[in-house]
Design a protein around this ligand. Structure first.
Ligand SMILES: [Zn+2]
Length: 785
């Protein structure tokens, strides 16, 4: 009976296998009007922590659940209706775009579902060119689908759409050159030049940075790019000379150039040599650009320059990009140690296992202020951090956070290791070729009575609901926390609408609109039984990152534990006849599991040796990954793969992909005679048990027996056997859902590398943290009696 009505309860202490063997599906949204269910926004784009909205703030508080939405607004889509019309129909009062959830009073008027104002329909909207008749607005695509893109008329632009402009800032210090990243990066950039999103107007430029800033002039009618160097003479803040060195012959000019740190605009005083040839049209100068990309890795070989003037280089980048806006891509391998924005190592390596973690916040606002300047000029800054030592990502990441940029981290990168080179190659190819939107803004509107109070993601909040996004990329996720300000008891539904206005790489101004509609309910039981546990875990992870920065790691951990206690207490109070056990509504049965996983993930774990930059990067990820990926990093997917079969296999692109059952993340589920695959989002590990059958070694891995499996194996060999093909197809099906393929690593159970696998079995007891079962017992003592 309870299952039928979706009000099932589960005793978590009794039912230990709470994880479904198949994918955890988002709860279905059931509106009061059935016909609207089929047009609601896809859960891949828009998710709300509650699929039934409490009618009052009091009721929300009783549920003890966080209220918010997660959105993946620029996700790559297979089917996206794009329409071009002379008038985009919007509410005159609140500017909401007409959508499937508005009310039509009659064929001429519609009532806004966010502010309830009645609006006139323009004639064009009423007229159906197919039947040549008036009066049937419901056939319009705007009211048939919740995700739509408009080609914007001229009133949606402040200036002509900007061209695609790309600037690469490359670290060429000693550590950078030793890491060997330059070869990989320059090679991939060169190979993907023709696939960079853009058109005939696309522009490109390069800066190299050590103790000096190296500009590369790419003028017309020359045989080679020309290098110009801005030198830092006294090793500190003041740049006193300007040296122009051409590759063919050397000319020296002297300039007075002083960085004025009192200036309100940090970037005001950077001097640029002949700016017109530093950012050039890609089509016209493609040959020279390729030439430069070949020369760059060679040019700095054997350098002894251990300095990095990143801050000054970013100021120069800002100057170069200001007229157009665009994307700055920074590759950095060491702490910026001279000039403006220099940083010092402040991590204490002996304190990595401590209970509380200092230095999670930036030490200077230099990078944040720079990002805000960039944001004002429609420039986003992306960072590839390939460091072998502490780089203070907590401070450096400010350049991305506030400019709508993104951060990648490849710690201990060694270009000489094929698996490292391959990972950078894959990430960079996706980065360079995925679509991009320029000079974007995103506005989130919600029904009257609701209000957004906190945003999560990389952007600058320009006004209460307007996010400034100098760039928008299809792999970025955002979160918003919502509060209920006015009683909603007289409305049936509430709506959220995200509108993303951007310039496409082809110079078109476009608006992508997503609308999510949710029913309003009046009982606590309804709310708890229809909560979206994955979305809650996703939002909690973002809130916990904020808590770490505003308060402390231990506070954030306590807050996570308290959510589990409070929610289960609220449920207990709402049920009159529960006795004993630890009872949860079925909708929230995974929440304690996700919270245990969060407490043990790189971002929030304590008592485990964790490098500060790794922790900060994990936090950046939780703030910016779309939900599907962040859940996978929090609670990876584990599958047995020693006996894959074709039964239930899924056909993807003509490949038969086996679908093994998912397992709980516990060593209890492993077997020394088996092989187990763990998908953590950006990495796939396959652990091979000691007593694996030799036929698996032979048929799936192509080695005679367990001892012949190489210690380091980063690729599944391709052999012509059914076992091998099934395993490859299964991995293929996992890779299909990712923005770029995860790296695959095969680990022998007797190798020291097994830690990589075992430390993610988050349900087991670790040295300093509770097992899932112990955590449940702790919850039971805390849940109000
Ligand atoms: Zn309105």
């Amino acid at each position: 009976y309870n299952k039928l009505w979706g009000t099932e309860s589960i005793d978590l202490l009794q039912c230990r296998n709470v994880l479904p063997t198949e994918r955890v599906e988002p709860p279905k949204i059931k509106l009061h009007q059935d016909f609207l269910d089929s047009v609601n926004c896809s859960s891949e784009i828009f998710r709300c922590t509650l699929t039934k909205i409490p009618e009052s703030n009091t009721l929300l508080q009783k549920s003890r659940l966080p209220f918010g939405v997660l959105i993946h607004p620029f996700k790559d889509l297979n089917h996206l209706p794009v329409i071009q019309c002379s008038t985009i129909v919007r509410c005159r009062a609140c500017r909401t775009y007409i959508n499937p959830f508005v009310y039509f009073n009659d064929s001429k008027r519609w009532k806004c579902n966010l502010c309830y104002r009645v609006n006139e329909l323009p004639e064009e909207f009423q007229f159906d060119p197919v039947t040549k008749s008036y009066g049937d607005p419901s056939r319009r695509p705007e009211v048939k689908t919740s995700t739509i893109e408009f080609i914007a008329p001229s009133e949606y632009m402040l200036r002509p759409p900007q061209p695609a402009v790309y600037l690469f800032v490359l670290d060429v210090s000693r550590l950078a050159v030793e890491s060997g990243y330059l070869n990989v990066a320059c090679n991939v950039i060169s190979e993907e030049l023709s696939r960079l999103p853009g058109d005939g107007r696309t522009q490109i430029g390069f800066l190299a940075v050590d103790s000096a800033i190296h500009f590369f002039g790419i003028p017309d009618n020359v045989s080679q790019p020309q290098e110009m160097i801005m030198l830092d003479i006294d090793g500190k803040i003041v740049f006193t000379h300007m040296l122009f060195k051409f590759i063919s012959h050397v000319k020296v000019y002297a300039y007075q150039l002083v960085f004025n740190h009192q200036s309100s605009n940090l970037c005001a005083d950077v001097f640029l040599p002949c700016p017109e040839n530093l950012i050039v049209n890609l089509k016209e100068r493609e040959e020279l650009v390729r030439d430069l990309l070949i020369q760059l890795p060679v040019k700095f070989q054997g350098t002894h320059d251990a300095n990095s003037a990143l801050g000054a280089a970013l100021q120069a980048a800002y100057k170069l990009m200001s007229p157009t806006g665009g994307r700055v891509t920074v590759f950095q391998t060491c702490l910026p140690n001279i000039g403006p924005g220099l940083l010092q190592a402040r991590e204490d390596p002996n304190g990595r296992g401590g209970k509380d973690v200092p230095h999670l916040n930036p030490v200077t606002d230099f990078y944040k202020r720079l990002a805000l300047d960039c944001s004002g000029q429609q420039i986003a800054v992306d960072l590839f951090l390939l460091n072998c030592q502490y780089c203070d990502l907590a401070t450096l990441s400010g350049m991305c956070k506030f400019s709508g940029g993104c951060t990648y981290h490849l710690p201990l990168f060694r270009g000489s290791k094929p698996q490292h080179a391959e990972t950078l190659d894959k990430i960079l190819r996706r980065y360079l070729t995925r679509k991009i939107g320029f000079e974007a803004v995103m506005r989130i509107r919600c029904t009257r009575g609701l209000s957004i109070h906190t945003f999560h993601g990389n952007f600058f909040v320009r006004s209460t609901d307007l996010l400034s996004l100098p760039n928008v990329n299809p792999d970025a996720g955002f979160g918003m926390q919502i509060s209920i300000e006015e009683n909603l008891s007289d409305v049936q539904n509430v709506c959220f609408q995200a509108a993303l206005l951007y310039t496409s790489s082809k110079g078109e101004r476009r608006i992508r609109v997503h609308t999510l509609c949710l029913p309003v309910v009046s009982t606590l039981s309804d709310i708890l039984h229809s909560a979206d546990q994955q979305c809650i875990a996703g939002l909690l992870s973002k809130m916990a990152v904020d808590r770490c920065q505003q308060s402390s790691l231990s506070d954030a951990r306590d807050a996570l534990i308290n959510v589990a206690i409070d929610v289960l207490s609220a449920y207990k109070l709402s049920q009159s006849a529960i006795s004993g056990g630890l009872v949860s509504p079925a909708s929230l049965k995974l929440l304690p599991l996700y919270i245990v996983a969060l407490l043990k993930c790189v971002a929030f774990r304590s008592g485990t040796n964790t490098r500060l930059d790794d922790r900060v990067f994990a936090m950046c990820q939780l703030k910016t990954l779309p939900l599907f990926q962040s859940i996978q990093t929090i609670y990876p997917d584990l599958y047995p793969v020693h006996a894959l079969e074709d039964r239930n296999a899924k056909d993807i692109d003509g490949r038969l992909c086996p679908q093994p059952p998912r397992l709980h993340l516990s060593a209890e589920k492993l077997d020394s005679r088996g092989a187990f695959l763990m998908d953590t989002g950006d990495r796939i590990f396959i652990l091979i048990g000691k007593n694996i059958h030799p036929s698996f070694c032979c048929n799936a891995l192509g080695v005679s027996a367990f001892p012949s499996i190489p210690e380091e194996l980063y690729e599944l060999p391709e052999i012509e056997t059914a076992e091998n093909e099934r395993l490859r197809n299964f991995i293929f099906s996992l890779q299909e859902e990712k923005p770029y393929p995860a790296s695959v690593q095969i680990i022998r159970d007797d190798s020291h590398l097994r830690t990589l696998f075992v430390e993610r079995l988050v349900e087991d007891r670790f040295e300093n943290s509770l097992s899932y079962y112990e955590f449940l017992q702790h919850l039971k003592t805390q849940v109000k009696q």
